[in-house]
Design a protein around this ligand. Sequence first.
Ligand SMILES: [Zn+2]
Length: 241
Amino acid sequence: MTKRVFASFIICFSCSILFSCTKDSAKGTAPPPEPVSGKTYSADEVTAFKQMTLKNTFNRIIKWQKKVFFYIVHTNYPYMTQEVDNILDEINQLLGSNLVVERTNDWNAADISIFLTDRATYITAEPDTKGSLENSAYTGLAHLKWDQGIISRGSVFVDMIKTAGDTVQQRYLIHHEIMHALGFYGHTSSPSAYTVLYHYTLMPYILNYTTFDKRMMLLLYNPAIRANMNETAFDEAVKAL
Ligand SMILES: [Zn+2]
């Protein structure tokens, strides 16, 4: 499991994700499951969803179960502030009451802190990320903490120094990292997936959530998909969706 997880770090040049779950419920190897599909979700979509969720979170669905407040630590990039606001609006329109997100100006009220800075500043603020960031070329990162499948806090980092002047990449990165922060802690290698969370960065940069991304968000935040579900429980639930 650890080796597979590590592999996904290596192939994602833009981003690394860190595992903060204190409960390691990884089990022994199981035979490859039969592809599962839902009523409206194809087998390819279900497979991709699992790669982005269960396969990278110790076989548990992780998601937010409350209104999520985002705080931008560095507001000296107005176009990034605007991008974050656009993203939050889009998520609210898409998910309705199943997930409500809002930007706050009070850091104490923040669930997700967004760092638009250099990596040293981010590592100081989020020391758990040191090992992952120090000797890497990553230009972004998402970091979450959860318990029993319920995400409690996190942070998002875009390396504005490494990407200086490349506003297109920066806009892509903030979409990529915020999607991680919703609970999609992995990437997908499914050939049919056109997504900001592809296991390598698709070019040209994707600057808006795709139809596929939105379908994945709708699936994760469908009330039938519950926090802390394992793959078996997820399979049963998704068949009806
Ligand atoms: Zn990533």
